[in-house]
Design a protein around this ligand. Structure first.
Ligand SMILES: Nc1nc2c(ncn2[C@@H]2O[C@H](COP(=O)(O)OP(=O)(O)OP(=O)(O)O)[C@@H](O)[C@H]2O)c(=O)[nH]1
Ligand SMILES: [Mg+2]
Length: 345
């Protein structure tokens, strides 16, 4: 395979349409909007608005992910078939049935409707922090919830216990969602969902490593742009897009980095370099810092080759090196933020 064929294939995978769409349904006020915000780690949905008469679906988009707030299932207003068609329920990859105190018949009915049509559906008992009864252990109360769900749906179903208030149970839910998706969509989920565990952060890292490699192939094959700071050419837009991908995958946007739990003095130097290197000037600086090293390693390896082939190989090596350096910084910062969060919990 030639360099440009390899690059075409990689570009195809990089732009593959692997959008993930997940719908949440459940009684008003059970925390659907809060869950949407928690799962993606940014506030896109209004919480606590109490619009229990909503008759339209609400879509929220983030990084190739569509999260949908469905209106309550109400057989009087929408007979079963009509509800499914009206809200295009069968187009979703996955549904989450969310409840808090009581588990409602209407939710069970919708669950049956969607699972009968082959759509995976997970049960989420939100507001776990309010699950309390004098004289009863938490584990016993959880078992009772499980038994209620099993009794109503007619078979044992796992129940995911979450608290949006305390940010607990979200890692398990994110993992369960991932397991229900096909391989391409799973990648998209790993990219867009917030990491609540070190394992999930590790999966984000693997995804970014793959992206670094792909970007290196594309850069190697592309018409390159000479870099004044170095004596070779590199595809700058490819590098900038790669850095953006890495930052977004780790949720290290400018806004996120200014949040109070992130803006602690100990993390400031790391956060600063993550921001600095994502700009054109920053990339040039990083290139300058690392180019001498890479060029020397590569030229030694490719001595018999001349001209464009050397340049292309250098492009590959440099994007890989600089990409992995940036990835390392982002991973360290995200890990430090997560560790702080886990310690505080
Ligand atoms: N204690 C506690 N309160 C929560 C939790 N999740 C959400 N809430 C609160 O419950 C209220 C309703 O939350 P929403 O996220 O707006 O619920 P919703 O299901 O989107 O409600 P509608 O859009 O009205 O159907 C808000 O006041 C939230 O702050 C939780 O895990 N624990
Ligand atoms: Mg809502």
């Amino acid at each position: 395979m030639s360099m440009s064929e390899a690059a075409d294939r990689v570009r195809e995978r990089m732009t593959a349409d692997n959008r993930v769409s997940i719908a949440l349904f459940g009684q008003p006020g059970c925390g659907k909007s809060s869950l949407i915000n928690r799962l993606i780690g940014r506030r896109v949905a209004d919480e606590g608005v109490g619009n229990d008469v909503t008759t339209a679906r609400q879509d929220y988009e983030w990084n190739g992910l569509t999260l949908v707030d469905l209106p309550g299932y109400d057989t009087a207003r929408f007979p079963a078939g009509e509800y499914l068609a009206r809200f295009r329920v069968l187009d979703f990859d996955l549904l989450l049935c969310v409840f808090d105190g009581k588990f409602h018949r209407a939710d069970t009915d919708l669950f049956h409707e969607v699972t009968a049509r082959g759509k995976p559906c997970l049960f989420v008992r939100n507001k776990h922090d309010t699950l309390w009864q004098d004289g009863k252990e938490l584990a016993e109360l959880e078992r009772e919830v499980g038994a209620t769900v099993a009794g109503q749906v007619g078979r044992a179903e796992p129940v995911y216990f979450t608290s949006c208030r305390l940010a607990t149970g979200l890692g398990e839910l994110a993992e369960a969602i991932k397991d229900r998706l096909g391989p391409a969509k799973r990648e998209r989920w790993v990219q867009a969902a917030k990491a609540y565990t070190r394992e999930f952060l590790g999966e984000k890292k693997a995804l970014c490593e793959q992206r670094v490699k792909w970007s290196a192939v594309v850069a190697a094959a592309s018409g390159t742009v000479p870099i004044p700071a170095a004596n070779f050419a590199v595809d700058l837009p490819v590098l900038l897009a790669l850095f953006r991908f890495i930052r977004e995958t780790y949720g290290l946007t400018d806004k996120a980095l200014s949040a109070k739990e992130v803006a602690v003095p100990a993390l400031a130097p790391l956060a600063n370099s993550v921001v600095k290197y994502a700009s054109t000037e920053g990339v040039l600086l990083l290139l300058k810092e690392s180019s001498g090293m890479v060029a020397a390693e590569q030229v030694a390896k490719f001595v018999p080759l001349v001209g464009t082939l050397v340049a292309a190989s250098l492009g590959f090596a440099i994007v890989r090196k600089v990409g992995n350096m940036y990835l390392g910084e982002c991973h360290r910062l995200a890990e430090a933020i997560l560790n702080n969060h886990l310690k505080a919990a």
